[in-house]
Design a protein around this ligand. Structure first.
Ligand SMILES: Cc1ncc(COP(=O)(O)O)c(C=O)c1O
Length: 492
């Protein structure tokens, strides 16, 4: 029988032609380098090219032709021009890093090799690189040589994997094998300011909304320990079995660090697992000036740490590290005999035993290479500088009578609002200021709701952002507010 499709070997050879690849590669790298230059030197007008989802969808329709029509360089240029420009010094938006050039190029190598990191024989280099990176990060946390872990595709996956392991270990019930029906109603505690991935993890795990107990925060948006004690007692009274506390280091909205030492004391007293969500803030550990923000971190049972936030890596690359490495095998005790031959612990090199993912990118290569190529001092200086600059920004705001800080910034995240007595609705005013800036100006800032108030929010993550940029941003906000206030809708 004839096969339905005859693979045209000439077409295949052309698609994989190394010389065409070389030519296209040089061309694309030229385009990317020019783009980088334009972004860094603010020659791109806006760090966020404002558009709507509908308009964008029209620009990227699903009308693929059966024959080749696209042009790689043109499509690359289109993607570049319509995307957010994280290397632009006025990018102060979400917590995602302007990627480092060596790391960008490593992603090209990873994509070419496509060695999945599920089992050692599928990805020998990426597997051992992961082990070395985890060892390096674990030392920074202050964990001992018994610690172990792996890389995973984002803080969200890191958090749920940690909680799955915690449940196996702390509840005394093999929920993995027997299902949730065998366990008593379970509960975990987290600050009400924690990232939504924690709540989602709990609910995916069948804890229900009530099983993820939200603990009120203090005036700095850090977990309030007396509220934790109260919530803990209330939870026990409803016959739920608590098994973990998730401490934020730091929170997403305000960059607040929970009091890790005090939470660790609480966990020890009540035999609870302590997971630290360090997706954003664990990178402060590499700064000798700021590592004390995480005082007590070495007492955690597990910690997640995103390198695509404050270690300048392209996403995703998250480390999940366990103080006792044996516990890193507890989340999934499932056996796939075609993949795994021996007992879990003796197969440290078969990383899919411990990760949600089966196929996983060679994500470690970019961080391993960048740490070597730039040296670790480069990263510690960067983290220190971003924290310093955010504090200077905080002082600027404190010294301006028309602005109000939500709290003194602890990390490189800062929340503030424009205030004016004559304004009818300050929340609406902040929203409109932000929208107007996104539409008409070069800055990208976000907003957040704290209690009932809307605040403007910046993450100072770009090493090219200067004090002058931040001063300029305040002036722009001020002027935008004045224009809005001249309009009757906003004035009292
Ligand atoms: C504190 C915190 N935890 C978890 C996450 C989720 O991480 P990811 O986006 O890598 O899944 C975020 C993302 O912003 C975060 O800020």
């Amino acid at each position: 029988m004839q096969p339905e499709a005859n693979l045209d070997i000439n077409k295949v050879l052309e698609a994989y032609n190394p010389e065409i690849f070389r030519k296209q590669g040089y061309q694309i790298v030229d385009i990317l380098a020019d783009y980088l230059n334009q972004a860094i030197s603010k020659n791109i007008k806006q760090s966020l090219p404002y558009s709507t989802p509908e308009k964008m969808l029209k620009k990227w329709p699903d009308n693929f032709s059966t024959e080749p029509t696209g042009n790689l360089a043109d499509l690359t240029k289109r993607a570049l021009s319509q995307s957010n420009h994280l290397h632009h010094p006025h990018y102060l938006g979400h917590q995602i890093a302007p990627s480092l050039p060596a790391a960008i190029l490593c992603d090209m190598t990873s994509s070419l090799l496509n060695n999945s990191t599920a089992v050692f024989e599928m990805g020998p280099v990426s597997t051992v690189i992961e082990k070395s990176l985890i060892n390096w990060m674990a030392k920074l946390v202050g964990f001992g040589t018994d610690s172990d872990g792996f890389l995973t595709s984002g803080g969200t996956l890191g958090n749920i994997t940690a909680l799955l392991a915690a449940r196996q270990i702390k509840t005394g019930v093999d929920v993995w094998k027997k299902g949730v029906k065998e366990a008593p109603p379970l509960a975990v505690f987290v600050s009400e300011q924690a990232h939504y991935s924690i709540k989602r993890a709990g609910q995916i795990m069948g804890l229900g909304e009530e099983g993820v107990v939200l603990v009120p925060v203090d005036e700095n948006y850090s977990m309030d320990i007396s509220a934790l004690e109260r919530k803990f007692q209330e939870t026990i009274n409803t016959r739920k079995k608590p098994f973990a506390i998730i401490a934020s280091a730091c929170t997403t909205a305000t960059g607040s660090y929970d009091p890790l030492d005090r939470i660790a004391d609480f966990c020890e007293k009540h035999n609870l697992w302590l997971h630290i969500d360090g997706a954003h803030g664990a990178s402060a550990l590499i700064s000798s000036k700021y590592r004390d923000l995480l005082k007590g971190v070495e007492r955690a049972d597990s910690i997640s740490w995103d390198a695509h936030k404050m270690l300048l890596m392209p996403a995703p690359i998250t480390a999940l590290i366990f103080r006792d490495g044996n516990n890193s095998y507890e989340a999934f005790s499932q056996k796939a005999s075609y993949l795994f031959e021996k007992g879990a612990q003796s197969e440290w090199y078969n990383l899919a035993l411990r990760t949600v993912e089966c196929t996983k990118t060679m994500m470690g290569l970019k961080l391993y290479t960048s740490l070597s190529v730039y040296g670790t001092d480069f990263f510690s200086t960067y983290v220190t500088a971003m924290h310093d600059l955010t504090r200077q920004f905080g002082e600027m705001i404190e010294n301006s009578s028309d602005f109000q800080l939500a709290m003194k910034p602890q990390s490189n995240i800062i929340c503030f609002r424009y205030i004016y007595e004559g304004a009818k609705d300050l929340n609406l005013l902040q929203r409109q200021i932000r929208k107007s800036i996104l539409k008409n100006k070069s800055y990208y800032i976000v907003q957040t709701k704290l209690k009932d108030d809307i605040y403007l929010r910046c993450t100072v993550v770009n090493p090219f952002t200067t004090q002058e940029d931040l001063k300029d941003l305040l002036d722009i906000i001020r002027n935008t507010a004045k224009i809005k206030l001249n309009n009757r809708t906003y004035a009292k």
